[in-house]
Write a protein that binds this ligand. Structure first.
Ligand SMILES: [Zn+2]
Length: 558
């Protein structure tokens, strides 16, 4: 299976000014931070005030608080690089010598950077380095001795965030008065200014790092994630963290998440039971079923329970059952007052990616991912079957138009046109869907793709996704299967929930769709707006361009 950090870019034409004596010279005694090794910073409008095509060191003005913020990052052991588009170089608005004088002045005012990445090209050059292309992010990561997914990029416009996402890095938008509203709407992570961005980077880094080991050793941990396949998949890193600190892990999941639970590393045993207060279409609470669940949970003999929930769910009803089952160490995220139901009541700000949100709860319960295990989604290799031979060689594009929630599904007519455009551009397209989506996949695939609707269960779909060049999909389970396989995603993301929390995690991604559509943050399961405008406006050529940005070429290669 493909690893998350595949890097299709050579350095090619990005100009790299590395401080090679610094890269790789970090402290060896401290454990590797869980999330980030490096922070990449846009220059104009982010570090210093934007003076168009500036070749004059005297005009360099840092943004307020920049020096202190950067020094906080340095003190935390993070490496720093500047990644900047400077098309004025190619256009002759300033010379290389003038630019170097400007950068010397920047370092005089803001301290030393470990690398400078500069794209001298214009949009018309079609280079791989000019943001929103991800080339400079890959090159910076390489210069700093790390990988793109262990970097976070801070910038002031949509191009910065898009370049970060396309490389699988995190992207923070720090808007200025010139940042367009649609760029702010599309960004998954927005900070008010550079010091606030830095504070949140450091907070997130710290939050997944336990301050202390569990007070008593954990023999059996009961972990819980009800809800659907995608929810279970994004909890995987946190479950691996618990598994690293416990001898045995028992997972309680719901029927809709069972197939995903079977794919997770670190799980020794699964208990499947619906929790009516979690399900979007809940059945009645049957006292007898609750008594039998409580007895089953008691029989687990867990000495710790960690209850993972989505931000709109309450862990407290289950915590009561766990108490009744005799479990006396319970950790969960709860904004509601838990009284004596929780031993560790954890709280998380909005906007944190779900995998990190769960990892931070695991950390609060005393667990962290072991060194060598990256905070990425992963699947058990032995749980994924061989890919069916008749789908052809690897290198195809998977288009998955459906979703459990129709508000997050790609409209069939749009998906049909996407298949046509991809086929015209030389891509082989496999159209996937569940047994109840056969009519849609047949209709969509008729535009030139291969219809695999109803052919696979979740594990079989994981096998097909793992050998894809890219997956084109809404905010639904297969996006997380792609992330788990390190396969780039073109995310047709309906904004019913925040992209920053639910976007494909730590995998090269291009986000499409109207992020400011009226369904934004409604959590609606079926689209509340006539015409499903957030996704119906996607131009199929945007998908073709997105694949190019992700270095996925037509004709089967990548
Ligand atoms: Zn360039």
């Amino acid at each position: 299976m493909r690893q998350a950090q595949e890097d299709p870019y050579q350095r090619r034409s990005a100009q790299v000014y590395a401080a090679a004596d610094r890269a790789g010279s970090g402290s060896v005694a401290t454990p590797r931070p869980v999330l980030y090794d490096a922070v990449l910073l846009d220059r104009d409008g982010t570090l210093i005030e934007d003076v168009p095509y500036n070749g004059d060191p005297e005009k360099v003005r840092p943004v307020p608080g920049a020096r202190a913020a950067l020094d906080r990052l340095r003190a935390a052991g993070l490496r720093l690089a500047v990644v900047t588009n400077q098309s004025g170089l190619a256009r002759g608005y300033f010379t290389g010598e003038q630019m170097r004088a400007v950068h010397a002045r920047v370092e005089e005012l803001l301290g030393r950077f470990d690398a400078w990445l500069i794209c001298p090209h214009d949009d018309a050059d079609g280079c791989d380095c000019r943001k929103p292309a991800p080339g400079m992010v890959y090159a910076a990561a390489r210069e700093l001795g790390t990988t793109a997914s262990r970097c976070v990029l801070v910038g002031d416009i949509g191009r910065d965030v898009a370049a970060a996402l396309a490389a699988g890095a995190a992207g923070v938008l720090v808007p200025t008065p010139v940042t367009r509203p649609e760029e702010i709407a599309a960004a998954g992570w927005v900070a008010t200014d550079l010091p606030a961005a830095v504070a949140e980077i450091l907070r997130r880094q710290q939050a997944v790092q336990p301050s202390a080991a569990p007070t008593e050793p954990v023999r059996t941990a009961l972990v819980v994630r009800s809800d659907s396949a995608g929810d279970v998949l994004v909890t995987g890193p946190a479950i691996r963290a618990v598994a690293a600190g416990a001898q045995r892990v028992v997972l309680l999941c719901g029927p809709r998440g069972r197939a995903a639970a079977d794919l997770l590393p670190g799980v020794d045993e699964i208990i499947e039971h619906p929790l009516p207060w979690i399900d979007p279409t809940p059945g009645p609470v049957d006292p007898e079923a609750m008594r039998s669940l409580t007895a089953r949970l008691g029989a687990v003999g867990a000495d710790q329970a960690v209850v993972f929930t989505s931000f709109h769910q309450s862990a407290l009803p289950l915590a009561l059952l766990l108490r009744m089952a005799g479990i006396d160490r319970i950790a969960a995220i709860s904004d509601d007052y838990p009284g004596s139901l929780l031993d560790i009541r954890h709280r998380v700000p909005v906007g944190v990616p779900e995998p990190e949100r769960a990892l931070s709860l695991a950390a609060a319960a005393g667990h962290r991912l072991p060194d060598g295990d990256e905070p990425v989604l992963r699947l058990r290799r032995d749980a994924v079957p061989p890919r069916p031979a008749d789908v052809g060689d690897p290198g195809y594009v998977v288009l998955h138009p459906g979703s459990d929630a129709s508000s997050r599904a790609c409209p069939p007519e749009v998906a049909t046109r996407i298949v046509g455009a991809l086929t015209d551009a030389g891509h082989r397209v496999l159209v996937t869907g569940g047994p109840d989506e056969r009519a849609i996949t047949a209709r969509v695939a008729a535009a030139g793709g291969t219809d695999l609707g109803g052919r696979t269960d979740l594990a079989g779909l994981a096998a097909i996704v793992a050998d894809a060049s890219a997956v084109v999909v809404g905010n639904t389970g297969p996006a997380h299967l792609a992330a788990a396989a390190g396969v780039p995603v073109v995310s047709l993301f309906a904004p019913t929930v925040p992209f920053g929390q639910w976007g494909p995690y730590r995998v090269p991604t291009v986000r499409l769709g109207d992020a400011a559509a009226p369904c934004r943050d409604t959590r609606a399961a079926s689209c509340p707006v006539p015409g499903h405008p957030c996704l119906s406006g996607i131009d199929p050529d945007e998908v073709v361009d997105a694949l190019r940005t992700l270095a996925v070429s037509g004709g089967g290669g990548r």
